[in-house]
Design a protein around this ligand. Structure first.
Ligand code: 3PY
Ligand code: MG
Length: 259
C-alpha cells in the first residue's frame, strides 16, 4: 500500500503537502505537477463531501500525490468509507479527549488494534491487490501499519493530553491546526505569541519522544520554510483555492498596470 507520507517520515525525509478545497480532479492533476508529496482532501471546511472522495482519491494517486482525507466527523461510518475508498490516512479535527482517540483507533485500525470493519474494497484492489499477498490477515496488518490515523491538536483538551494521545497504539501522528489552537489559547491568529510557540513546541516534542509523525500547518510558503528549518518533518502549506486566488490576483494586478 503506497504511502509516501509514511515512507518519507520513516526515512527521515521532509514531506510537503497542501489542502484541496476545489472539488476538482483536474486541480489535483495540476497539483501533481508541482513537487508536492501529498494532498489533504478537506471534508471539514470545503464543499468536498464523502460522496466525492471515490473519484478524488484515485485522481490524486494518479497525479502522484498521496491522498489524505480530513474528515468532518468522529464517526465510524465516515471513517470506514474514507478508508475503504483508499485514503492513505485520516486527519481528524477538534479532538478533545483521550477517550475520543480510543474510539478513533477502534474505527480506523483492524483487530487486534481496533475494530475496523472488513470488506474487500478499492482500498486493496477488492482483495486482488498486492496487499493481499499474505491473505486477509496480511492485508489487515499491512493496512494497520500503512494507513495513518492522525488526530489534530487544536483544542485545549488535546494539548493538555498530547503526550498520552500521541503515545497511544494506533495513533500514527498529530496534525497541528494553528488557527483553532490559537483560538483555544485565547490568542487568535497570534502565531508569534509565546503561548502559541510553546504549545506548538510541546506537540512537536511529544511526537518526537513517541517516534510519531508531526504535521504542521501554515498559511504561506515562508512560514513553511521556517517550520522545515525548525525541524518539523512534515508541513502542510495553504489551500489550493487560496493559491488560485493569490496567483490570479497578482496576474490581474500586473495586467492592469498597462491600463
Ligand atoms: C487550523 O489551523 O485550525 C487547521 O485546522 C488547519 O487546517
Ligand atoms: Mg482547525
Amino acid at each position: 500500500m503506497e504511502n509516501i507520507v509514511l515512507d518519507k517520515f520513516k526515512a527521515g525525509q521532509p514531506c510537503l503537502g497542501t489542502f484541496s478545497h476545489l472539488l476538482s480532479a483536474v486541480s489535483l492533476r495540476v497539483l501533481g505537477q508541482t513537487g508536492l508529496d501529498y494532498v489533504i482532501l478537506d471534508l471539514e471546511h470545503s464543499p468536498i463531501g464523502p460522496e466525492h472522495v471515490t473519484e478524488l482519491i484515485p485522481a490524486a494517486r494518479e497525479a502522484g500525490l498521496c491522498p489524505l482525507v480530513r474528515v468532518n466527523a468522529m464517526d465510524r461510518g465516515q471513517s470506514l468509507k474514507m478508508l475503504d475508498a483508499g485514503a492513505a490516512g485520516l486527519i481528524v479535527p477538534l479532538v478533545e479527549t483521550v477517550e475520543q482517540v480510543r474510539q478513533l483507533v477502534s474505527y480506523a485500525k483492524f483487530a487486534p488494534l481496533g475494530n475496523r470493519g472488513y470488506c474487500p474494497t478499492t482500498d486493496a484492489g477488492w482483495g486482488c491487490g498486492p496487499a493481499y499477498e499474505h491473505g486477509m490477515e496480511g492485508y489487515m496488518s499491512t493496512a494497520n501499519a500503512r494507513t495513518l490515523l492522525i488526530p489534530q491538536c487544536e483544542t485545549a483538551g488535546c494539548l493538555a493530553h498530547i503526550e498520552e494521545i500521541v503515545a497511544m497504539d494506533g495513533v500514527d501522528g498529530i496534525f497541528i491546526g494553528p488557527f483553532d489552537l490559537s483560538i483555544a489559547l485565547g490568542i487568535p491568529g497570534q502565531f508569534d505569541h509565546p503561548d502559541h510557540i510553546a504549545a506548538v513546541e510541546r506537540v512537536r516534542k511529544a511526537c518526537a519522544a513517541a517516534g510519531k509523525l508531526c504535521i504542521m500547518f501554515c498559511g504561506d510558503a515562508n512560514a513553511a520554510a521556517d517550520y522545515f528549518r525548525q525541524g518539523f518533518p512534515n508541513v502542510t502549506v495553504g489551500l489550493d483555492v487560496l493559491t488560485l486566488l493569490s496567483g490570479m490576483k497578482t496576474t490581474v494586478e500586473t495586467a492592469k498596470q498597462g491600463l
